[in-house]
Every structure is written in C-alpha cells, then in structure tokens.
Design a protein. Structure first.
Length: 394
C-alpha cells in the first residue's frame, strides 16, 4: 500500500481519476508557495535570486525529478515548457547526425512532439523528413536513414507502453539518436535512464508529479554528451557566464546549457514542495499498487458495463498507469461522470481515460467509481444536451 492521501487537498466527495492529466494539489505546496511569496519575494525582493537560492532551483529540482527517472545527479534541469524541451532535444539530435535526414516517430506520440518536429523541419529547410509509423511498426522502421527516434514511452490515449530498452538499443545499433518523452511515465512507473543509455529525455511535471497547471518541464542529457551538445536555443541563462553580459553566446558546462529563460520560481517552488511526497516511495511498489487498482477497474467495468470497450492493452506489462475505454458517446459520458464527482477525461475520437495513482486512490475509490459508471451507462445519463456540449478542454 503506497497511499498518502493525507498529503493532497482533494475536494470532498470527488474520486479523482485524472492525475494522468493534472495532478491534485499537494497540501504542503500551498503553504510553501505562500511562504515563498511573503518571506522571499515579499521580504527579500531581488535579493532572493541569491539569498533564497532561486537561481540554483532549476538544477536542484532537476535532481529531485532525476531520482524518479533513473538519471544521475546533474543530468536533469527544469524550465520552460515540454514543447521547448522537445525542440531543444530534437535540434541537438539532428546536429549530432548531420548526414541523416529522417526523424522517426509514431502515430501514438503526443501531437505537440510532432508539431515541434514539423516546425523545426520547416525552419531548417534542409530536406528533413518526419516519418510517422504505427506504434507497432517502430522497430522495423529504424534504419540507417534515421537521425533521431523520438517517442513518448506511454501512449497518451491508450496507455500502451514502448519497450524503452529494446527500442533504444535498436536506435543505437542503426546509429540514430534516441529521444524519449516521459510525460506519462515520470512518477507513474519505474524508469531507468542510466541503464537505457538514451541520449535525451524530456517530460512535464503537472501530471503524476503534481506540480500544478503550467508546471515547468524537464530535460535530461546523457552525462557523457552534456558538455558537447548544441542547445539550439541560446538563452541568457544557458550562457557560461550570464552576468558577464557577453554579446556572443558561450554555452555553460553540462546540463546548465539547456537552460533558456528566467526560471518560473513560483511554479518551481510548488513543484519542489510536491516532490516531497516521493521521499521513501519505491517506484516498483508504486507500480505494483497501480496495476492492482487498474486490474480491479478493468474487471469490474467489463463485467458491469458492456457498452464500454477496453482500448488499453489487456496485459498490464504493456500498459502505463491509465486505463482507456472506447465509447461512441464518450465525451458526454465523461461529462456525466464528472457531474457525479468521478473525474476522468476524454480524448478524441472516442476515448474515456482514467488514471490510477496509488498515492491518493485505493480499491474503495475504484469500486465506487465503477458504481457511478454503471449508473451513467445503464440509465443513459450521458444522453443530455448539457453533457454533449463540447467545452474547450476535454
């Protein structure tokens, strides 16, 4: 049992099955951010960059994230958005393989990764190609033309998991650079970047790491490459000596060169507090607990709600920490569930997603959620114009 429900500020009567999209508010983050705003920003003003350690925060928090993804100290840094970090990693990877022109990804990748690749290709205007294949076809598509393989480990729609070690080995055997997006992995399942030996990894921190909406992203660079990679976005805080105010860019040593702009101190403070929940948590134990909850959920939904079709892999080893079911009116059904206090989300065209985080969910929560799902489907509560009206965020 991994449960630390008391750590989170969850509304009474809500069963939260959407931590795979936005984690709940950690109680200590509220107090820590208030303290930072009053005692640091308020009392120390600009002195806080030195006296409160704001300037070192991206690397300090990066090491906290690094411990959850098997990254050595000094190989992860925080800042900017996931899209920016994808761009940095991909641009650096292409420069590492100047004689190759193909970026390989899959149709299960999150769209922002593909969009960033498309934009980079247009800007470079050098004959590059984004090759997108089905997830099952990735291994066979890795050949000597591929400069970089860019994949999200856990599919955001179905929860399908790529074999990180095997695919990285295939990429390296063909001479390609490997980039992993850990947006749906960090804090959800065991990851060992050091053992994997991929060149780059990126991810967000507002999902399973509970850093809050807009929480900064992270980037990992394999330590042996950190002093040589080209950061592409030559930001002031990635300079070797920012306060020398040189007119020409000179990259900082190591992972610091992957910093770009001013760190979001308030958001980093919330994230740093949120990461305290992981002290003493073994990721293998968390994974076992998550799978157990998922198995109960799948068994109960399939037995009691035949209208829903499992869209996630049935084999738990092939599935992340979410379970997805397909239903033609899935958006409306999810809205009806949310109205009853069971919060998941919807992904087009027909996917109802449910996330399982043992830090604040237990078996009783899962069974109660299935009771509500059964009622919504049996009584067709979703068949209401109020629930069918699409909102901007689904």
């Amino acid at each position: 049992m991994v449960l630390r429900k008391e750590f989170f500020d969850l509304p009474e009567g809500v069963i939260y099955l959407d931590g795979n999209s936005l984690g709940p508010l950690p109680r200590n983050a509220k107090a820590r951010v208030a303290e930072m705003m009053q005692d640091e920003w308020g009392a120390q003003l600009i002195k806080g960059w030195n006296s409160a350690g704001w300037m070192a925060q991206p690397s300090r928090v990066g090491d906290m994230v690094g411990r959850l993804i098997g990254a050595p100290a000094g190989s992860v840094v925080m800042g900017d958005t996931l899209s920016i970090k994808v761009y940095q990693a991909l641009a650096a990877a292409l420069k590492m393989r100047p004689d190759r022109k193909v970026i390989l990804s899959d149709s299960g990748n999150f769209p922002t990764d593909l969009y960033m690749a498309q934009g980079l290709i247009q800007m470079l205007d050098g004959g590059y190609e984004l090759r997108v294949v089905a997830p099952e076809a990735v291994a066979d598509a890795i050949d000597d033309d591929v400069a970089a393989v860019m994949l999200t480990q856990v599919d955001y729609r179905t929860g399908r998991v790529h074999d990180m070690g095997a695919i990285t080995e295939l990429a390296h055997s063909s001479g390609a650079v490997m980039i992993w997006d850990l947006a749906h992995s960090a804090g959800a399942l065991p990851v060992d970047l050091a053992a994997c030996a991929c060149e780059f990894a990126v991810g967000c921190t507002y999902k399973y790491l509970n850093g809050g909406p807009g929480a900064p992203a992270f980037i990992y660079v394999r330590p042996d490459l950190a002093d040589s990679v080209d950061p592409a976005l030559a930001g002031w805080l990635g300079h070797d000596a920012p306060f020398a105010f040189d007119l020409d860019y000179r990259p900082a040593p190591g992972i610091e060169r992957m910093r770009v702009g001013t760190p979001p101190v308030i958001q980093l403070t919330a994230l740093e507090a949120a990461l305290e929940v992981w002290e003493g948590i073994d990721m293998q134990d968390l994974r076992v607990a998550s799978v157990a909850l998922q198995e109960v959920f799948i068994r109960e939904v399939e037995a009691r709600v035949p209208e829903l079709t499992l869209a996630s892999p049935r084999d738990a080893a092939q599935r992340g920490s979410q379970v997805s079911f397909g239903f033609e009116n899935g958006y409306a059904a999810m809205q009806a569930l949310i109205a009853r206090g069971v919060i998941g989300d919807f992904r087009a065209p027909d996917i109802m997603r449910f996330g399982f985080t043992p830090l604040y969910l237990d078996k009783a929560d899962v069974l109660a959620a299935v009771d509500h799902i059964e009622t919504v489907m049996r009584d067709r509560l979703w068949d209401d114009p109020v629930f069918m009206a699409r909102q901007r965020v689904t």
